[in-house]
Design a protein around this ligand. Structure first.
Ligand SMILES: *Cc1c(COP(=O)(O)O)cnc(C)c1O
Length: 395
């Protein structure tokens, strides 16, 4: 356990870890179950287009999300586009600036205009008063994001969309397995979209899903996923190819088999981080409301540089030198990315994007790893001013 400044690798000590401890290592589940499924796929010679595994995956995702309809897709970005198209969204769509670029890209790529809205600097949720002020004559939808699987103010957001007759779609890429007010994420708005990318809570290598309670929207999205084909040679809408193939479905199902286990190990990791870092001045671990369902996939640390003397990026550098790779999140915000740059100020997004990092978790991260990582964080932060001075001198 590191206790002296000189022991920090960034200041010349030996790195705490030989093998990197990394944010975003996937949980895998049972290899045997995966290989057995793959064998069945190969034996059946049905590799895509509504195969039995894709259909089973859709049933199980719908069940977990508590929604009647699920359309599995090759990724969440395409699923967002299906949702927007199937709902008939046109013109401008209001979305938070503090999100992954894919949220904005999904809109722009199909000719919609993302209108960026600032977020609450404490939790990254959409600022509702600003969202309302941004509604104009061309606005037809709000695209909400459950950042880190922490839904926020859904009643207010839903009533805002209703008051202005706007579609409401959720980028729920982080939120599979999460809940809000006792309800599962998946059933809010007109449609919600999950990601099953390798780094997400449940993975199918790459994959996504649109879930909805709207049967008509589901029917249209299902057609559009497969080139707009209604049946046989009957093309009835402008479609795309957003199908989930059977090997991905095999992985998704295998991942789902172990979902409860992933939640438990993520929760243990979250609680260990929380307990180890509790009471360290200037650090705040974003709380998970444990009364709600959660996947505990994102352990988010908020670094108040004014109190620690060490800013978030320097703390990341301290950790990286130890072979610990935490990650900035949604930095620098969509409003600072070339395609979406605007001149309006985004103080909330700027603030949270400068302060937060997501810590390594998942099955690959052990309790001892977390204890050692937290000791490094506490040491670096408690001596923050000195660490900063040393780093500046070295630079
Ligand atoms: C991962 C992610 C996406 C994109 O998901 P893909 O399945 O990779 O297309 C979209 N939005 C957010 C917030 C994400 O984190």
């Amino acid at each position: 356990m590191k206790r002296t400044l000189g022991s920090l690798a960034v200041l010349g000590g030996a790195p705490a870890f030989d093998t990197p401890v990394v944010f975003g290592r996937p949980n895998i589940g049972s290899r045997k179950a995966f290989y057995d499924r793959l064998d069945k796929v190969l034996d059946s010679r049905w590799l895509s287009n509504g195969g039995v595994l894709c259909e089973e995956f859709e049933r199980r995702v719908a069940q977990a999300a508590g929604t009647p309809y699920c359309i599995a897709t090759c990724n969440a970005t395409c699923a967002l586009q299906l949702a927007l198209r199937a709902r008939g969204v046109t013109g401008e769509v209001i979305m938070p600036a503090f999100t992954f670029a894919a949220t904005a890209h999904a809109l722009s790529w199909i000719g919609l205009t993302p209108v960026l809205c600032d977020v609450d600097p404490d939790d990254g949720s959409l600022l509702l008063s600003e969202a309302e002020a941004l509604i104009g004559p061309d606005t037809t939808a709000i695209l909400g994001v459950h950042i880190w699987g922490r839904p926020s103010r859904l009643d207010e957001l839903t009533s805002l969309a209703q008051r202005h007759a706007l579609a409401l779609i959720f980028d729920s890429a982080h939120a599979f397995g999460c809940g809000w007010n006792g309800r599962r994420i998946g059933g809010f708005g007109d449609a919600e979209v999950f990601s099953f990318h390798a780094t997400k809570f449940i993975n199918s290598f790459e994959g996504g899903a649109l879930v909805t309670a709207d049967g008509e929207l589901a029917r249209r999205a299902r057609q559009m996923r497969n080139f707009g084909i209604a049946r046989h040679d009957d093309v009835v809408s402008v479609g795309t190819n957003a199908k989930l193939h059977e090997a991905s479905a095999a992985m998704g199902l295998t991942s789902l088999d172990d979902m409860d286990h992933f939640v438990r190990s993520n929760r243990e990791n979250y609680r260990r981080y929380r307990d180890e870092l509790a009471g360290t001045p200037g650090l705040r671990l974003l709380e998970v409301d444990e009364r709600e369902a959660s996947n505990y996939q994102y352990v988010v640390l908020d670094v108040d540089a004014a109190r620690t003397g060490l800013d978030r990026d320097d703390l990341l550098a301290v950790l990286a030198a130890e072979n610990v790779f935490a990650r900035r999140y949604f930095y620098p915000g969509c409003h600072r990315m070339d395609p979406y740059r605007t001149h309006r100020p985004f103080p909330g997004t700027d603030s949270i994007a400068a302060r937060v990092m997501v810590l390594p978790t998942g099955e690959c991260v052990t309790a001892d790893d977390i204890t050692a990582v937290c000791a490094i964080i506490r040491l670096a932060v408690e001596r923050g001013h000195e660490v900063t001075r040393c780093l500046r001198r070295a630079a």
